[in-house]
Design a protein around this ligand. Structure first.
Ligand code: ME8
Length: 657
């Protein structure tokens, strides 16, 4: 039995839209690590998946006019979806979890109940701020300039009965884990976590772990109306996918604790603080390593759908090949820091490293073996002192590479490989095989040795490049005559593994050079199109030509009003009933047909504008004393409505004129 085991995970992705290059970055890194460990002889479990619950998905599904399940199915499993993308990118995951899978739901319900029974989950009332896009709760003091500290967007007031997890109870142990062990890397992230969330004013706060304002989540089975907070649901995927608290799988004993969780920097907080605390509450062993990688920006700017600057991995794979893209992602950016993706850098990396250095080395070596020896090297070889440096550099490569890979420093590991590749190219120039070939009788054995040394260097580099570019490496092995035994981890540490009379076949060009100027202009044109498509297609209503005299206009009494309460009108899917403070001291009731665009709880506390001298009117049996003012426009054939909201500093009753 193999006792070398390795369990590695990616975050599970929100299927709220198409995945982009940032998502592919983490998955490719995890894939390279999983393949590297398999190469080293480990029994690997590589888990990825999708995180399918939460208000954001519920809202998006409503907008799209489908059920939440249909919505996520469409993004995860439909052609061109998440599963297809991972197939395209050659992601060798062993298991794919969807948090809507029945076995996961069952586990989460049991886990929630167990934490409730052990006293770590209790019922209270939640009052604070909520960032809908991030599905995160914040206290007032955690906000940055009143906005979500993660994404910088507006937060909303939230108050509801909710369950809480006693995170505060585990603050000391989590702090110790972060400060006194190597659990979280890079180290630079440790102090940020401890200072901002544990050693902050008020200490680590208990975490709200249930919601009642929407339904798309794992139901709390002992308290109908509550659904489990999406992060508790999502984090436990790392264990439920092994069969924890379900009978779908039976791998907990074998693979838990995880050897490495790879996650992006903005979700380190959940993984470094709450995830260990949840596990402590359940008396479970903690993962061995959490690595918070940096973000990929595009041309120095955060990628975002609305800016139309989201880089599409489908497009790039199609144009340059999956391996080139995988390689670029891990070669160009240090894994722990942010990276700036530019099209120039992508093309430059492909041209310099893959076309010039690696591609040339392989094609020159195999072409010369074919040309001078008809593809089969002779037994007789003559070594020279000139060989020593290349041989010792290549033979020592595996240990230098391993040192970097064990630290998840993909860029440095690749750098070590490329030092050997560059040295081998220089060795060709030093030995000038074309000059040796002029007198084959005298120089044949020397030329054979030169080519053999080049093939061995290529072989060792290719073994170690396999986790990054599996498909291309298979093709290189075939060209240089490396059989299975010459492709192994053990063989990468040995010199002279290829048979002396190795047979070589020159194949097609592995990495064609790209015409930078032409390619950049084509990519720019595609980007422009994407940007245009991302812009809302506005249809502005024609302006009225009939004029209104000033006195008539002045008869309309517009006032600032504050929303004291707001609720859906029973049996109507259009109407919201507002109770408003209009500054007179008596509540004003207005009904408005805007339920399609707003949830009542979003509006409480807002300052709106109403016309208050319209004659009262009955709607669904209730009186409406005026009308709220909205901006309305058409977008992609759909009517869009925005209530006019004004500065909260404007007092109720203020007249608009
Ligand atoms: O956070 N560069 O899902 P998600 C690098 N469901 N990485 C990026 C990136 C970029 N530009 N944009 C996103 C979630 N990512 C949760 C995870 S795990 C229990 C639940 C990374 O789809 C991001 O940092 O929003 C995160 O690690 C991952 O993509 C998934 O993001």
């Amino acid at each position: 039995m193999n006792d070398k085991k390795f369990y590695i995970t990616t975050p599970i992705y929100y299927p709220s839209g198409k995945l982009h290059i940032g998502h592919a970055y983490c998955t490719v890194a995890t894939d390279a690590m999983a393949r590297y460990k398999r190469l080293c002889g480990y029994d690997v479990m590589f888990l990825t998946g999708t995180d399918e619950h939460g208000q954001k998905i519920e809202d998006k599904a409503r907008e799209a006019g489908v059920t939440p399940q249909e919505f996520v199915d469409n993004i995860v499993a439909a052609p061109g979806g998440v599963l297809d993308l991972w197939k395209l990118m050659n992601i060798s995951y062993d298991r794919f979890i969807r948090t809507t899978d029945a076995y996961h739901v069952e586990s989460i319900q049991k886990i929630f109940k167990a934490m409730y029974d052990n006293g770590d989950i209790y019922k209270g009332s939640y009052k604070g701020k909520y960032c809908k896009p991030c599905e995160s709760f914040w206290t007032e003091s955690q906000l940055v300039d009143g906005k979500c500290p993660d994404c910088g967007r507006e937060v909303m007031d939230a108050e509801e009965e909710a369950y809480f997890f006693r995170a505060s109870k585990y603050a000391g142990r989590v702090r110790d884990l972060l400060l006194n062990t190597d659990f979280l890397e890079p180290k630079s992230r440790v102090h940020e976590m401890v200072n901002n969330f544990i050693d902050c004013e008020g200490g680590l706060q208990d975490l709200c772990v249930s919601r009642t304002s929407f339904t798309w989540g794992v139901p709390v089975d002992f308290d109908p109306g509550h659904v489990v907070y999406v992060w508790l649901d999502a984090l436990f995927n790392y264990m439920t996918a092994l069969g924890y608290q379900n009978s779908q799988y039976h791998d907990v004993e074998k693979f838990w604790p995880a050897d490495a969780h790879f996650v992006g920097k903005e979700i380190v907080r959940f993984h470094a603080i709450y995830w260990p605390a949840f596990l402590m509450s359940m008396n479970l062993p903690l993962p061995k390593k959490l690595y918070g990688h940096g973000w990929l920006n595009f041309n120095g700017d955060k990628m975002s759908k609305s800016k139309g600057n989201v880089v599409d991995p489908h497009l790039l794979s199609e144009r340059y090949g999956v391996d080139a893209l995988r390689f670029f992602l891990l070669r160009s950016f240090p894994f722990g820091s942010d990276g700036n993706f530019t099209n120039e850098l992508l093309i430059q990396t492909i041209n310099n490293d893959l076309a010039n250095d690696l591609g040339n080395l392989v094609s020159r070596t195999t072409a010369m073996a074919e040309k001078y020896f008809a593809g089969k090297l002779p037994q007789d070889k003559q070594s020279a002192e000139l060989d020593d440096e290349l041989i010792s550099l290549a033979a020592g490569l595996r240990s230098r590479y391993e040192e970097q890979m064990e630290k998840f420093q993909f860029q440095n590991a690749l750098e070590e490989i490329f030092k050997v590749i560059q040295r081998a190219n220089k060795y060709i120039d030093e030995n000038a095989p074309w000059a040796l070939a002029k007198d084959m009788d005298a120089n044949g054995p020397r030329l054979a040795a030169v080519l053999y040394n080049l093939l061995e260097s290529v072989r060792i580099c290719t073994v170690l490049l396999t986790p990054f570019m599996p498909e291309s490496c298979g093709r290189i092995f075939a060209q240089i005559g490396a059989d299975e035994s010459a492709r192994t981890w053990d063989s990468a540490e040995k010199w002279g593994v290829l048979p002396a009379v190795v047979s070589v076949t020159k194949g097609e060009n592995l990495f064609p050079r790209i015409d930078m100027a032409k390619e950049l202009s084509e990519l720019d044109a595609i980007m422009e199109e994407t940007k245009k498509a991302a812009l809302p297609q506005l249809e502005v209503e024609p302006f009225l030509t009939e004029q209104v005299d000033f006195d008539t206009f002045c008869k309309s009494d517009f006032r600032a009003v504050k929303v004291k309460a707001c609720e859906n009108v029973r049996k109507s899917d259009k109407l919201l009933k507002f109770t408003l403070d209009d500054g007179t001291g008596t509540d004003r009731q207005i009904l408005s047909g805007i339920a399609k665009w707003y949830k009542p709880e979003e509006l409480v506390g807002k300052t709106l504008v109403a016309i208050v001298n319209l004659p009262p009117r009955k709607m669904m049996g209730r009186e409406s004393q005026g009308m709220l003012i909205s901006a309305v426009h058409m977008e992609k054939g759909e009517e869009c409505l925005h209530l006019l909201m004004v500065d909260d500093a404007i007092p109720a009753g203020a007249k608009l004129c």
